[in-house]
Design a protein around this ligand. Structure first.
Ligand SMILES: [Zn+2]
Length: 60
């Protein structure tokens, strides 16, 4: 069991919502990464809240 809320946050993607930059539809994203199912718009993964799991540096 996680010893701190901060540690727990790194284990579970954070779901956030924004308006699509192209068509304005409200879309959900994980960790700041979005893909609109209406028009196909996606944002740069570099705009996410953290690196992709493959690029993540493990501590310890
Ligand atoms: Zn869209």
């Amino acid at each position: 069991m996680p010893s701190s809320p901060e540690e727990a946050a790194t284990e579970h993607p954070e779901i956030t919502y924004i308006g699509c930059a192209r068509c304005g539809t409200l879309i959900a994203g994980l960790d700041g990464r979005y893909a609109c199912s209406g028009c196909g718009w996606v944002n740069e993964w570099t705009e996410g809240h953290r690196p992709l799991p493959e690029a993540r540096h493990r501590r310890g």
